[in-house]
Design a protein around this ligand. Structure first.
Ligand code: AMP
Ligand code: ZN
Length: 485
């Protein structure tokens, strides 16, 4: 059996991944709070853990992996959004959840096996909180329930901090009902205008952290394999999840491997609304940056390194992906399809991905695999270039695309390019006819109009006496061209 190696935040080491049960490898990843469109940074953990999910499915079999990613649909940011927009919370969370699923599908992410919503697990959270109170790890005070961090000696172990460091470094809310300033909220009271559920401590709602402990327990059990999220969640969110879960289920161990992706920046700067460099995944898609380009750029940086989104990387990704189109069409013409078998993933991709998800290395190997298809198809391959060798190379190339989440997206890219070619051919024909007519009538108004439209669509018009050539540039926008038809 192949051994995947993963950097475990808990031990700060690269470790061999040994699943608790290879028949059912279990992974939990913290998902979004649903009150707005996902920004580009939010797509990073989704894409990173999607590759890990695909890798696990290939190694252990597609039916032997359970991936859970939650939706936080009870949160004060959601309440604030409802209050300022006058819309209901249910409407906002349902709409935003669907946006998230659509946008993440557009960057090629598979849906996890389970996508629990926090509000569907309130009784389970209440039960867990009751247990924590009964075992002396939590206490009720003034309508709140707080977790007593001093009751859990390992608190801070994940992020490697002591309680004193955490008090000094974090902006902890000091409240009169807290025994220790680090104690965090498991349950809080709701007023009449705030969503709330009846509980032994009065009408209220859960604190943020308890939902992941309750939902991972319900769906994956007290002890599972991998827990993931962005490294901004390591403290306090993950530290609190560990404290809650380990105290609620003593001796269970909770997650064996903790994986954290680094943050995304834009042109070397933190993405923020005040810097004017904040954008959502949907903004990019609407501007004509396709999902495969977003995904390719993300995968070209290792997940534990800060990743910089730049215009230059976007342009390069477009070119690299275009170079994969011809091998893709060869493979499709040979009726090859991606396989679920680990052995059908190109060797280089297998060797790089198992090294703590070296996705940039895997992309290099993907290009090599594509080149091999091209060479074999032209009879220039190494060794014997018979039909069977080409067939194997085709399956491997497509399986390589699939394990990186690029297969479906590349099929769409190919279809889009074909449509664009037909579209350009149409406009070209109209242009030639209009120009021939204008040479006779000396009325060039239609030609000028077409030229202006083409320029707006990012298409360069190269004319000689005999010929007209339309050359789409980097700003090419087929929607504008469509309007010219
Ligand atoms: P949130 O909805 O803010 O809780 O974030 C959802 C997920 O996106 C979490 O796993 C965060 O760690 C992750 N995330 C948020 N901002 C960024 C960023 N700039 N780069 C990478 N991941 C991020
Ligand atoms: Zn969580």
């Amino acid at each position: 059996m192949t051994t995947i190696k993963l950097h475990n935040t808990k031990t700060r080491k690269r470790e061999e991944f040994v699943p608790i049960d290879p028949e059912n490898v279990r992974m939990y990843v913290c998902g979004p709070t649903v009150y707005d469109r996902a920004h580009l940074g939010n797509a990073r953990p989704v894409i990173v853990f999607d590759v890990l999910y695909r890798l696990l499915r290939h190694v252990y079999g597609p039916d032997h992996v359970t991936y859970v990613r939650n939706f936080t649909d009870v949160d004060d940011k959601i309440n604030a959004r409802a209050a300022e927009s006058g819309r209901s919370i249910a409407e906002i969370t349902a709409e935003t959840t669907q946006w998230f699923l659509d946008d993440m599908a557009a960057v090629g992410a598979l849906e996890p096996n389970e996508m629990p919503r926090a509000t569907a697990y309130i009784p389970q959270m209440v039960k867990m909180i009751e247990g924590l109170i009964a075992s002396g790890h939590a206490y009720a005070a003034e309508g709140h329930v707080l977790f007593a961090v001093e009751s859990y000696k390992e608190y801070g172990a994940l992020s490697g901090r002591s309680i004193d460091d955490m008090i000094a470094g974090a902006r902890v809310e000091v409240a009169p009902y807290k025994r220790n300033p680090m104690d965090f909220v498991l349950w809080k009271p709701s007023d009449a205008d705030t969503p709330g559920w009846d509980s032994p401590w009065g009408r209220g709602r859960p604190g943020w952290h308890i939902e992941c402990s309750a939902m991972s327990y319900e769906l994956l059990g007290a002890h599972f394999d991998i827990h993931g999220g962005g490294n901004d969640l390591m403290f306090p969110h993950h530290e609190n999840e560990i404290a809650q879960s380990c105290c609620a289920h003593p001796g269970s161990g909770f997650a064996n491997y903790w994986l954290h992706n680094e943050m995304l920046q834009v042109e070397g700067k933190k993405m923020s609304k005040s810097l004017g460099n904040f954008f959502t995944v949907r903004d990019l898609l609407d501007q004509g940056v396709p999902g495969e380009v977003i995904r390719f750029v993300m995968l070209s940086t290792h997940y534990r390194k800060p990743m910089d989104w730049t215009e230059k990387k976007r342009e390069e990704a477009e070119k690299t992906l275009d170079a994969l189109l011809s091998p893709l069409s060869i493979a499709v013409a040979h009726r090859a399809v991606p396989s679920n078998a680990w052995g059908d993933v190109p060797k280089g991709i297998r060797e790089t991905l198992i090294e703590d998800l070296n996705t940039s290395g895997a992309l290099t190997c993907l290009r090599a695999s594509a080149e091999l298809v091209g060479k074999l198809a032209e009879g220039r391959g190494p060794g014997e270039s018979d039909g069977a060798t080409l067939q194997v190379a085709c399956v491997e190339f497509l399986t390589g695309l699939e394990v990186l989440g690029l297969y479906e997206l590349m099929l769409k890219r190919a279809a889009r390019k074909r449509d664009n070619k037909d579209l350009l051919d149409d406009v070209h024909l109209r242009f030639v006819i209009a120009r021939n007519l204008a040479m006779q009538t000396k009325d060039f108004s239609t030609v000028d109009q077409l030229k202006a439209g083409l320029k707006q669509a990012g298409v360069e018009v190269r004319m000689t006496k005999e010929s007209v050539e339309l050359v789409p540039g980097p700003e090419f926008n087929p929607a504008i061209l469509e309007a010219l038809k």
